[in-house]
Design a protein around this ligand. Sequence first.
Ligand code: AQP
Length: 314
Amino acid sequence: MLTEKKRLLTGLQSSGDLHIGNYFGALKPFVEIYKEYESFLMVADYHALTSVRNPEALRRNTLNVVRDYLAAGVDPEKAVIFRQSDNQDHTELGWIMNCMVTVPFLMQAHSYKDKVAKGIEPNAGLFTYPMLQAADIALYNIDTVPVGEDQRQHLEYTREAIGKFNRAYGETLKEPQEMILDGVGVVLGTDGLKMSKSYRNTIPLFGSTEEIQKAVMSIVTDSTGDRPENVYAIHRLLKSAAELDPIYEANKGRYGDLKKLLTADLEAFIAPMREVRATITDEMVQEVLAAGVDKAKAVSHVTLKKVRSAIGID
Ligand code: AQP
């Protein structure tokens, strides 16, 4: 008997260079399972607009994120890779999702509060971001969304908006589940806080040898402990505790040496992907996006038609 594949989607904002937190939190889990699903991989450039004001940077970042997807091992024949802004169904359903939830509800979003506390401009786009994200997911009847821990609440928000829509208009949209892997939900940055493009505490996923070295050397360490926990936590993304514990025990207190070992391990992990990435041209990226948006629209138009009919805008 033929069984229909479940649907998988994730997306990353083109708000800057991807970092190892994005990779281990969202991209790697996607790469590991996407062939078992009908998969969608989005570049969230409208989301990036909440923080990027430089058109050249947004264009460049958007192409770079797709390049990163391909270099990380995503086959465009087996996943629909597309740019959010190429499909206006996202902004239309995003508006409709906005009308499902209240301002006090959105005011509880941790991500919004954290970003504002960090001095990021509290623009209305940043505030309503979870409802554009709800639309990103709902349009494709998604079952599973691989994300980092910081997105757990946003997935709850997506379910809340979809649930309210379905209760008001009848069962129309599917409620998705997040997929958050143990141990990589929150990858810490060089300052010991969540690694984030906008916090300037990242280890770039496709950084040069020098950039990786510089980032690792800047990892903040606590001089009171035997083991530099911030260094160890990043190292654990690459190697098991069984492999690392004897090394950290043998190098107790020698933080500089441990950072050199971490740099070497990061380099060994990143270099092969970096080589692949260097072969991917802008033209190849444009072709992938052009093919992707057609496939994305073929699915999202069906959902949006049902939504429009349900709400009385048809
Ligand atoms: N530090 C992290 N650890 C684990 N997962 C992470 N993700 C981000 N940072 C970490 C996951 O990466 C995916 C894409 O994130 P995004 O680009 O949509 O935005 P974000 O979560 O806000 O990522 P950044 O790097 O912090 O970007 P800025 O600074 O621009 O907002 C998501 O699944 C996220 O969980």
